[in-house]
Every structure is written in structure tokens, then in C-alpha cells.
Unconditional design. Structure first.
Length: 513
């Protein structure tokens, strides 16, 4: 039976252009999707854009255009960013699509019919920037007298008619969920944050607006549009064909992993499971919140002017080095500070020197001393076998780390093997063995290194797809033998290897000149 795996990014809000934070979450999800495909899973990887709400309406007005034209342009920009960063999504959902609107309205009807939704009136502190209400105890007052939410967004007192979801009915059920499924929320700090919030007791949630028009109309009451978070969270089901639960939804729901930014963990770990429980729909298995990228210690923001554009980085450094840097530099789940110097150091030290130079030295020796053909393996020493054992353990070891979203640990596990391989080639010195006439031993050393590099390049494919495809080409690995199961089948002795070419050139920073 084929195993399935469903991973989602948050759908990105289109009131501004994509930046490195969006690319970070998308690339992380892409690594997980690609890993599972290499491991034989049937994968569904979803990303997209969140296109309704007051902020979008205001941004369109500020841009001098209508909301639909505005979101069409920005959504295309987000899709282009994903494609440019080599994000292998299976679907790109937009919340202005008819399939999504229909799904939102059907879930509303079902929950309203079951008594989970009622009409009332709302008064409270609302942050337009966050599209969220906050309690008075969550607010602080700036020196200029403006009240702000914990995110720093200004709030205003809002009074309007509203439909409510009976969220207060789900406090105990949610706490029971967190207790019975301790891995439902990650990392631990975010889990503790959600537990603290829910233990205070939940209030019914306002889920409609009448003060603006850019949203999904409430069925039977066109004066109201749906709260943007009701609309946005539904994307995970609408992309799978809901309310049809027999096709893609039967194949790929519940989702294995929702990847989200830490600022929206409450919506995904409190509101979303409550909506699903009320509808009798199975819950996702895990919600994991990654941290923010900062620049000089400040969260990236268009208003501050410190936003890093990922496509510009890719143009300068290459897509794969940027992907590698984002996931190598920062423990996934924590915050990280953007540094041009840090990216160049990772590229030059770990990619060009550690990995690139290892491959180049190994393959150049084969080209020069073995006629460009893969040498057979002779008798293995304990040194040989120890390195091979370390390499063969990578798929299982890294897979366990990736399953708990420890992407930085998975990369470090691989780099342990790369560093060990560099020590091995220096210690065994195949160039010296050649001079001493020990050609059989030289061939065995080089064959061990090729076999290790094959494992390394195979497990690094999800992180750096294009670069590792080039490396596997140079190692003589056929296109249909690049999955984890293929590693059990050795490469044939004597196959011709192409002339080696450097994959990771060192980067000379013109800004440092």
C-alpha cells in the first residue's frame, strides 16, 4: 500500500511583495515534500495566497486599482517566487478562486445548521494589520498614546454586527487534544504559548465583517463577509476538493504537517482544530511554527525598508546556495538574523570547500588514474567500512530528524560524513598510493569515496536539487536510481564517468573589494 504525505505552507497574505521569510517557509516545506518523494511516499504539497480582507482592500486602494486586479498581480509574484526558488508544489491555491469560495460557504452552512454559528454584535480591539482581535490585557500603550497588539500592530475599537463561532464550547476538547497528542504543536515554546492561551478559557470568535466588502460572502446574508481567517484556513480543504471527500481529500487528508510562521500559531492550533472538530473532519497531525528572519536584529518589514528579496539573492549566489544557507544557518523553529557575510561563508567553506572540493578531488583522481571509469572495490579495511557505515546510515538518521522538522540537524548529520570523508581522503592519500604502485588499493579508496558521495548527494537532493542532480550525473548514477531504495543497489564497476566539473565555485564578494 502506498504511503501518503501531505505538507502545507501558510497561504501568504498579498498586501505586499514576497520576501526571504516567505521563501524560508516554502523551501523548508519543499525539502520535506522532496524527502518523502525520495522515500516512496505519495506526496501532496500545497502552497498559495491569502487574498481577502480589509488590509488587501486598503492596499488595492493605495495602489490605485481594484482588489481583484491587485491580488492577481501580487499572487503571480508569489507564485513566481516559489518557482524561482525551485519549490515543487503540487497545487497553488488562491482564496479568490471559485473552488475555494464554494468550500468556505459549504462549511459555513454545515456548521450553522449544526448550531455552531450564531448572529450577534462585536465590540473589541481590532488590529487591521493582523486581521485579529485582541483582549485589553494583551495590549500595550506606546508613548504616543496608540494602543498596540503584541505584534506591534496598532488597534482600534470596533463595534459591528457579527456572526460568531461558539469557540468557547471547545476549550476542554482542545486541551484534551494537546494532552493526548503532545506532538500536535511544535516547537515546544509554541506549544506552551498555545496551552497558556487556551487554559485562560476561550471566548466565542467573531467570524464575519460588515465594515468592508472584499471577502467571501456569508451564505444567506450578503451584508456580511467571512472573517479572513475562516476563509484562509479553509484553503487546506478547498485545495483537496472539499466538500467532495472522496477524491483528493480521501487520499491526502488529514494533513501530516502544517508549516506556519510563529505569529499565526494561534489560528492554526486553536481556531482551525475547533472548526474541524465542529465539522466532524479529522484534524491535521502536526502544526509546526518556524521563526522569523531579521535584519540587524529587527523583523523584516517593508515599512522599515530592510526586506531581503530571495530572487535577487538567487540571481547573485544561485538558488541552491540560498536554499542551503536558510536551512543550515538557523535551527528550524527559531529566529535567525540575515547576514550576507554568513551566506558567503557557508557557500565558500561548506559547499565549495567541504563538499565541492571532496567531489572534485575524488573524480579528478578517477579521471586521471582510472581512465575515467568507476573502479571496482577491492578488499575493504576497517577504515573503509567505518566511513561506508556512516554514509549508509544517513537516510534513516536524517529522515528521523526531518520528521521532527530539525532540518539544521539533518544537514549537520550529513556534514559529519562529508568532514569524515575529507579526513579519509587525506589519510588514505590515493595520489600517494598511485606513486607507490598500489593501484588496486588506490581504486578501492576512490570507489569508497564515490559510494559515500552517492549517498551524500542522494540525501542532499531535497535541499539542493539542481546541484545534487549535477553531482549524481558526475557520479554516474542513472536518473531512475536516485531514490533512497536505489542506494541498496551498487553502481556497476567500470562505468564511464563524465569529466568532472566544479559544482560550487568559490564566491568573491564584490562588495568586500
Amino acid at each position: 500500500m502506498t504511503r501518503s504525505f501531505t505538507v502545507t505552507t501558510p497561504i501568504y497574505y498579498v498586501n505586499g511583495a514576497p520576501h526571504i521569510g516567505h521563501a524560508y517557509t516554502s523551501v523548508a516545506a519543499d525539502v520535506m515534500a522532496r524527502w518523502k518523494r525520495l522515500d516512496g511516499f505519495d506526496v501532496f504539497f500545497l502552497t498559495g495566497t491569502d487574498e481577502h480582507g480589509q488590509k488587501v482592500e486598503q492596499a488595492a486602494i493605495a495602489a490605485g486599482t481594484d482588489p481583484q486586479s491587485f491580488v492577481d498581480r501580487v499572487a503571480a509574484d508569489f507564485r513566481d517566487m516559489a518557482v524561482r526558488m525551485n519549490v515543487s508544489f503540487d497545487d497553488f491555491i488562491r482564496t479568490t478562486e471559485p473552488r475555494h469560495v464554494a468550500a468556505c460557504q459549504e462549511l459555513w452552512r454545515r456548521l450553522a445548521a449544526a448550531g455552531h454559528i450564531y448572529l450577534g454584535a462585536y465590540e473589541g480591539w481590532y488590529a487591521t494589520r493582523d486581521e485579529a482581535f485582541y483582549g485589553a490585557d494583551e495590549l500595550t500603550v506606546r508613548p504616543d498614546g496608540v494602543r498596540v497588539a503584541p505584534t506591534g500592530a496598532p488597534v482600534e475599537w470596533v463595534t459591528e454586527p457579527s456572526y460568531f463561532f461558539r469557540l468557547s464550547n471547545w476549550t476542554d476538547r482542545l486541551l484534551a487534544l494537546y494532552e493526548s497528542e503532545p506532538e500536535f504543536i511544535g516547537p515546544a515554546g509554541r506549544r506552551n504559548e498555545v496551552l497558556s492561551f487556551v487554559r485562560q478559557g476561550l471566548k466565542d470568535l467573531s467570524i464575519s465583517r460588515t465594515s468592508f466588502r472584499w471577502g467571501v460572502p456569508v451564505p444567506g446574508d450578503p451584508d456580511h463577509v467571512m472573517y479572513v481567517w475562516w476563509d484562509a484556513l479553509m484553503n487546506y480543504l478547498s485545495a483537496l476538493g472539499y466538500p467532495d471527500e472522496t477524491g483528493l481529500m480521501a487520499r491526502f487528508w488529514p494533513a501530516d504537517l502544517h508549516l506556519v510562521g510563529k505569529e499565526i500559531i494561534r489560528f492554526h492550533a486553536v481556531f482551525w482544530p475547533a472548526f474541524l472538530m465542529a465539522a466532524g473532519i479529522p484534524l491535521p497531525k502536526r502544526v509546526f511554527a518556524n521563526g522569523w528572519w531579521t535584519a540587524d536584529g529587527e523583523k523584516m518589514s517593508k515599512s522599515i525598508g530592510n526586506v531581503v528579496e530571495p530572487r535577487a539573492l538567487a540571481d547573485e549566489f544561485g538558488v541552491d546556495p540560498v536554499r542551503f544557507f536558510m536551512l543550515r544557518e538557523v535551527p528550524f523553529g527559531g529566529d535567525g538574523d540575515w547576514s550576507r557575510k554568513g551566506l558567503i561563508t557557508r557557500l565558500n567553506v561548506e559547499l565549495a570547500n567541504d563538499l565541492g572540493n571532496l567531489a572534485q578531488r575524488t573524480l579528478s583522481q578517477i579521471a586521471r588514474n582510472c581512465g575515467g571509469a568507476l573502479p571496482p572495490s577491492g578488499s575493504l579495511t576497517e577504515d573503509d567500512e567505518a566511513l561506508l557505515r556512516q554514509a549508509r546510515a544517513l537516510p534513516l538518521a536524517m529522515g528521523a530528524m526531518i520528521d521532527r522538522q530539525a532540518l539544521h540537524e539533518a544537514l549537520e548529520e550529513c556534514w559529519k560524513v562529508i568532514r569524515a570523508s575529507n579526513s579519509f581522503i587525506d589519510r588514505q592519500a590515493p595520489w600517494t598510493l598511485k606513486k607507490q604502485g598500489e593501484t588496486e588499493r588506490m581504486g578501492t579508496v576512490l570507489r569508497v569515496l564515490v559510494d559515500v558521495l552517492r549517498h551524500v548527494a542522494t540525501v542532499l537532493q531535497p535541499f539542493m536539487p539542481e546541484s545534487m542532480a549535477k553531482m549524481l550525473d558526475q557520479l554516474g548514477v542513472p536518473q531512475d536510481a536516485r531514490h533512497f531504495v536505489s542506494l541498496d543497489v551498487p553502481l556497476p564497476d567500470g562505468i564511464a564517468l563524465p569529466a568532472p566539473q566544479g559544482i560550487f565555485p568559490r564566491f568573491q564578494d564584490p562588495a568586500a573589494a
